[in-house]
Design a protein around this ligand. Structure first.
Ligand code: SF4
Ligand code: SF4
Length: 229
């Protein structure tokens, strides 16, 4: 009931989808007090993403930040809701790298863990979460809570659905994507060279948001690339 109420509230407030997973066994030691993960997905505008060709646009950068802000607001509301019910809860920032962790390329917890456990989608060769409906054109947020429903939550890990497609790999200007097919537990470095990706963005796109965004490997993916009127 609590999770149903929370999900309805998050969708009403602007989430495009909400996934629930049993994350406890996948959490690092410092987060082991938490049992359940609520993943908030907010889709990106197709019109804005479609403008990306060989570089991000100023509009995309602003949109990226606006969607992150919405996600942070939604996950904050989720935390306040769960705490009002008597449970501990914390949100993981939509976009944040932690100094000193994985050379500054990782946050507190990857949003993709909860997202993929919840069955909302899979991890593509672009190392992005590919949502069932929106493809990689989503941003994610995470709420962790000590709340556990009486009925155990079953995780549904979806196998990657890239098949023979290599569009993101051949489109990456930094040649950062390694072409590996994701499996649970794969080392992130087997999927992507985060240093090559980050260095390219900082050098080539520094005039747009100081080189924090690119978006090419998201833009080219056929998943979620709907034709609209
Ligand atoms: S964000 Fe850009 S540079 Fe990084 S992997 Fe994707 S296409 Fe390559
Ligand atoms: S562009 Fe192709 S290979 Fe890359 S994530 Fe999408 S479907 Fe997979």
């Amino acid at each position: 009931m609590i999770l149903k109420e929370l999900k309805e509230m998050l969708i009403k407030e602007g989430a495009s989808d909400v996934g629930i997973s049993n994350i406890h066994e996948y959490l690092p030691a410092e987060l082991k007090m938490f049992k359940t993960c609520i993943t908030v997905a907010v889709r990106l505008s197709d019109a804005i993403v479609n403008e990306i060709v060989d570089s991000p646009t100023f509009t995309y950068y602003h949109h990226y930040k606006a969607v992150n802000n919405l996600i942070d607001l939604l996950t904050l509301k989720g935390v306040l809701f769960l705490e009002s019910k008597g449970y501990f809860a914390m949100s993981v920032a939509a976009s944040q790298s932690v100094h000193g962790k994985d050379n500054g390329f990782s946050g507190v917890l990857s949003h993709k863990i909860g997202a993929v456990l919840s069955g909302m989608g899979f991890i593509g060769k672009n190392n992005l979460f590919v949502h069932n409906r929106f493809g990689p054109r989503v941003r994610l947020g995470t709420i962790l809570t000590t709340y556990e429903p009486e009925e155990k939550i079953e995780n549904h890990i979806m196998e990657p659905q890239c098949g023979q497609c290599n569009l993101c790999i051949i489109s990456c200007p930094a040649q950062a994507l390694r072409g590996s097919t994701w499996y649970f537990g794969i080392d992130r470095n087997e999927m992507i060279d985060p240093h090559a990706c980050s260095t390219y963005m900082k050098e080539k796109f520094k005039y747009i948001g100081r080189g924090q965004v690119c978006g090419i490997c998201m833009r080219v993916c056929p998943y979620g690339n709907e034709v609209k009127r």
